[in-house]
Design a binder for this molecule. Structure first.
Ligand code: AGP
Length: 603
């Protein structure tokens, strides 16, 4: 999950740097840029840390009409200047940036590069050294040498390669890692995603796995390692450049939390007809209604959205649902029912753990649906069906609006299947009204955000640990709440089934330990209040987030009225805001927490 940008045929420096800044969410522990002015001058600068460090290191004369750049999330080798991209060969003729992981780089290094002095610990350097070796020793042209190396490689890659003996070309190659080719007037641009170079062009070519191409300022020749020459049509993308800007917000995370009421309204308008019936592709609904078991695979926040989806789909369709962590299922595939159906929940559509599972589902020729926020993403293209979240770009590493959007799409899907199966609950559940209530309640909670800032300052920012507890759907939300808080504030937080705490973990409760209880379940709310008393008796500082229906005077956050099944939309706002303010008040970079990346495209 690194970011790459390349451009040929236009003043490259600022375009590459701006593109990298927009890709920083993909990784930000080091960055680098190679520029060539096509008059015999070339520049290579690499810096540890953020793009701003790289920008500050460039001198005014470092310009070029060809440029490739990279922002890194380290996989092989620590974040150092030597390990930063672009990497170069011993003759300093070839320069390469890479997003992905080369699984057999040690084998290649040991087989071919014993006499080559490597200057980094990375898998990427092995590739550029190999291209150089084949070009020199076998007198191969650059594209042929590049393809020879690619045919030896196992792993994922998005490569941008420059040969300074023909610097008006960029050679590119894609396998499993995302890469978009942007077509301009008198220039061509390549990047990890379209959004990062949308200010240059809105016309793109979707590259496929195995594609290799020779790019100049006014041409692109694409071939596929397996199928040879291919025709990849260019198309316009319908993305709003402003959507990926912070506007007046200090951090994307708060902007994206605030956007959620609008996203829910948009999903309702998009996927429900005027009578409130879902309007998904009937082929998807037919396929899913024939399933005797639905399997949901995801990671992180998307996994937590899958747990809530299980509750909704089972309630509205009576079809059993199993939710599995993609990273586990990829190598410990679940036992399947006779007519399984598979759902992949993924904001980015590029999560490697999820891709491993989808590959196995496809190998077994079984039906799948990817629910994602990124049109044309790998998991979207490789599944049988796809439904888009329509949430707009989610830039903050911590996922918020994609979480509630995924749950809304699962709810609409559940209603669609339930109606197809004539399940009474689904027929009678007025989802359009419920989603309208959800959006309205979310707006109220977003408008009352100062209360969460106070609670975060009072209970969280000086604490080293915290707990979220809940039962039923509230337990699933407690898991997401814990992930949100810990990933942006670095406070060690656990999400726990309220009834389970007393079976051991309650030993961790000390004076002042924050325990945030989520209480929406009409059946178990009194039991959870009992669990709150248990932890308070041991010194915990309890924060209560409760449904209006059975709120008490002393509760900290009272949620507007909504059905229990839909309560997650409301609970999501305070738990997201608590995480946001805990991080902000601690002076951390809320949008780019340490060690993380937005799209985890390695296993
Ligand atoms: C969520 O806040 C995290 N950024 C992370 O857990 C994320 O949800 C996970 O990596 C899955 O990403 P995906 O939805 O793009 O597949």
């Amino acid at each position: 999950m690194c970011g790459i940008v390349g451009i040929v045929g236009k003043s490259a420096r600022d375009i590459v740097l701006n593109g990298l800044s927009k890709l920083e969410y993909r990784g930000y522990d080091s960055a680098g840029i190679y520029l060539n002015d096509l008059k015999g001058h070339e520049y290579l600068t690499k810096k540890v840390g953020r793009i701003s460090n790289l920008k500050a290191a460039l001198t005014p004369d470092e310009q070029g009409l060809v440029g490739i750049g990279h922002t890194r999330w380290a996989t092989h080798g620590k974040p150092t200047e030597a390990n930063a991209h672009p990497h170069f060969d011993v003759t300093k003729r070839f320069y390469l940036v890479h997003n992905g992981v080369i699984e057999n780089f040690k084998e290649l290094r040991d087989n071919y590069l014993q006499n080559v002095n490597l200057v980094s610990d990375t898998d990427t350097e092995v590739i550029v050294q190999l291209v150089s070796l084949f070009a020199r020793e076998e007198k191969l042209d650059t594209l042929t040498a590049f393809k020879k190396v690619l045919n030896l490689v196992r792993g994922s890659y998005a490569f941008l390669l420059v040969d300074n003996t023909q610097p008006d070309h960029i050679f590119i190659a894609k396998n499993k890692s995302p890469m978009m080719l942007g077509v301009g007037d008198g220039f061509n641009v390549i990047a990890s995603d379209a959004l990062s170079v949308l200010d240059q062009t809105q016309t793109f070519v979707d590259l496929q796995d195995g594609d290799v191409a020779d790019i100049t300022k006014d041409s692109y020749k694409i071939e596929n390692l397996e199928t040879g020459a291919v025709d990849r049509p260019a198309h316009k993308v319908n993305l709003d450049p402003d959507a990926a800007s912070k506007g007046t917000y200090e951090f994307y995370m708060l902007k994206e939390i605030d956007e959620q009421p609008g996203v829910i309204r948009k999903l309702s308008q998009t996927y429900l007809d005027s009578e409130g019936h879902p309007n998904f592709d009937p082929k998807i609904v037919d396929a899913m209604s024939q399933a005797d078991r639905i399997y949901i695979f995801a990671a992180g926040t998307s996994y937590h959205a899958g747990l809530v989806g299980k509750a909704m789909i089972e309630k509205m369709t009576n079809i059993p649902v199993e939710v599995d962590l993609a990273s586990e299922a990829g190598y410990h595939f679940p036992m399947l029912s006779k007519n399984p159906f598979f759902i992949f929940l993924t904001q980015s559509g590029e999560t490697a753990d999820s891709r491993v599972v989808l590959k196995e589902v496809n190998r077994r020729n079984l039906p799948s649906l990817t629910i994602t926020n990124v049109e044309g993403s790998t998991l979207s293209r490789e599944a049988t069906y796809t439904i888009l979240l329509q949430a707009g770009p989610e830039i903050a590493v911590a996922s918020t609006k994609a979480y509630t959007a995924q749950i809304a799409v699962e709810a609409i899907l559940a209603k669609a299947i339930g109606e197809k199966l004539n399940v009474e609950f689904a027929n009678e559940f007025d989802l359009r009204e419920e989603l309208a209530l959800a959006a309205e309640g979310m707006q109220q909670l977003v408008d009352g955000k100062e209360k969460l800032q106070e609670l975060a300052k009072k209970y969280l920012i000086s604490s080293r640990n915290a707990f979220y507890i809940g039962r039923g759907i509230d337990y699933y939300v407690a898991l997401e709440a814990a992930l949100k808080l810990k990933e942006v504030s670095y406070i060690q937080t656990e999400g726990f089934a309220a009834g389970e705490l007393k079976h051991g973990t309650i030993s961790l409760i000390e004076d002042g330990t924050p325990v945030i209880a989520i209480i929406n379940d009409p059946v178990t709310n009194e039991l959870t209040r009992g669990n709150v008393q248990e932890v308070e008796a041991r010194g915990a500082s309890a924060i209560i987030i409760a449904a209006k229906e059975f709120a008490r005077e002393s509760d900290d956050i009272v949620l507007p009225e909504i059905s229990y099944l839909m309560s997650v939309f409301l609970t999501a706002i305070p738990i997201q805001l608590l995480a946001y303010y805990a991080s902000k008040e601690k002076g951390l970079d809320v949008d780019k927490p340490r060690n993380l990346a937005k799209s985890v495209t390695v296993e």
